[in-house]
Design a protein around this ligand. Structure first.
Ligand SMILES: Cc1cc2nc3c(=O)[nH]c(=O)nc-3n(C[C@H](O)[C@H](O)[C@H](O)COP(=O)(O)OP(=O)(O)OC[C@H]3O[C@@H](n4cnc5c(N)ncnc54)[C@H](O)[C@@H]3O)c2cc1C
Length: 383
């Protein structure tokens, strides 16, 4: 028997990163096309950092070992004693997690209400358009309320606005941003997101889960997400909202799904009108035999600008921006676009907690903040 040994590649791109962990065949089957739909560029042009942050320590060995462990595990026993934190499980393999009854927005509605109860004031639908500095401190921000712009004084400025916009809002005659920092900030790239929600009578795909398991009781498929690898459709992923929480769907006999598309603001998909785009999405679902157009009962669509900070463009020089913004003592960048980092909600919250720690301790050292979600194991592995 001949065994083909593929030498470990030097990890210069996301493609190298994935091939080293999963091999060429699995990379082509399960990663390449979806990832290229998400980013709109080949995986060979994307920094390996994204792999480090998105799929972390996952590899073919860990996936197989995890599957074997699941087969031999005593389900009843682990269900009773299982720790929901699942600290020993790779993030990508976690099969169970807590989820708010009415979706993640409920968490933030609760937080907002608690802040208001404690006397805090929250201003919605207002845009920070200028950041006014004196020396190395932010003294106020100009806020556009739609009908007027007002300067609001601040002790601290915590930013979740896209880094590109932040740097531009800092640039002014009295306090210009160095040209090199501005060049890097202006070259940061974002990917935009479009989603179509469809209410359907039925799905053509069935629940493949074996009888007797909790998932087998689900009326439709067992998945929350279905990744669409087919490269003859633009559709990237399908969400099955019934499975996130039954409270998200008023009629349990029907299924609400979300069709996810990735675009660039202003491109052909982005500029299609809603009605045409919904029709296009339904035709793609038909093409891949997931549902038929006659079973659609309702629809809705949303466009979300700058949903994903990209790991190409000037991303490789991001440290130049970071070094500059970190010199502003009372300004803290946090979150996903705020740090131009593929942070999930947990990382974004962790970053916010690090900021609060700095403020409470009177510290301006942002090292711990930037180390959130910076996949130490991956960087160590590279040495
Ligand atoms: C399609 C999709 C699916 C996802 N799924 C998951 C998931 O399953 N699990 C998970 O953990 N994470 C998921 N995420 C990631 C998660 O949404 C982010 O990690 C999280 O929302 C980041 O929090 P944030 O506060 O940095 O950013 P956001 O939640 O985007 O909040 C930033 C806020 O800043 C405001 N803002 C921006 N500019 C200005 C300005 N100039 N002035 C005033 N306000 C401004 C924005 O309006 C926004 O309200 C997903 C993201 C996407 C796009």
């Amino acid at each position: 028997m001949k065994v083909k040994i593929t030498p470990k590649r030097e990890e210069k791109s996301l493609e190298d990163f994935m091939i080293n962990r999963f091999g060429v065949e699995l990379y082509r089957t399960f990663f390449r096309d979806y990832t290229e739909k998400v980013w709109g560029v080949p995986c060979s042009k994307i920094s390996p950092d994204w792999g480090g942050q998105r799929i972390k320590g996952l590899s073919i060995t860990k996936t197989v070992l995890h599957a074997l462990k699941q087969i031999f595990a005593d389900n009843k026993k682990s269900a009773k004693s299982g720790d929901i934190r699942q600290k020993d499980t790779e993030t990508s393999l976690i099969g169970e997690f807590l989820y708010p009854k009415f979706g993640p927005g409920q968490l933030w509605e609760t937080v907002a209400s608690d802040i208001q109860k404690l006397g805090g004031e929250i201003t919605m639908n207002a845009k920070v358009v200028r950041i006014n500095r004196e020396g190395d401190r932010v003294v106020s921000v100009a806020v556009d309320f739609g009908d007027r712009t007002e300067d609001i004084a601040c002790d601290y400025f915590l930013s979740t606005m896209p880094v590109k916009e932040l740097v531009n809002a800092m640039d002014c005659e009295a306090n210009p941003v160095p040209a090199e920092v501005k060049r890097v900030a202006d070259g940061l790239v974002y990917r935009d997101f479009m989603t179509v929600g469809l209410l359907l009578d039925k799905l053509l795909i069935k629940n493949p889960v074996k009888p007797g398991t909790p998932e087998s009781k689900l009326k439709f498929v067992a998945d929350n997400w279905i990744y669409v690898q087919e490269n003859d459709v633009k559709l990237g992923r399908i969400q099955v909202f019934n499975n996130w929480s039954p409270y998200l769907v008023s009629d349990p006999e029907k299924v609400w799904i979300g069709l996810e598309y990735f675009a660039n603001e202003g491109d052909e998909m982005w500029t299609m009108n809603d009605e045409d785009f919904i029709k296009f999405a339904i035709s793609e679902l038909d093409k891949i035999d997931v549902a038929r157009p006659e079973d659609v009962r309702d629809s809705v669509m949303f466009r979300i600008k700058k949903a994903y900070p990209a790991y190409f463009g000037t991303y490789g020089e991001f440290d130049k921006v970071r070094e500059y913004v970190d010199t502003v003592q009372n300004m803290f960048l946090m979150g996903r676009n705020g740090m131009h980092k593929y942070n999930n909600m947990d990382h974004s919250m962790l970053a916010a907690m690090e900021v609060v720690k700095c403020i409470r301790e009177g510290s301006c050292d942002k090292t711990a903040l930037w180390s959130v979600n910076s996949e130490e194991e991956y960087h160590e592995g590279k040495k």
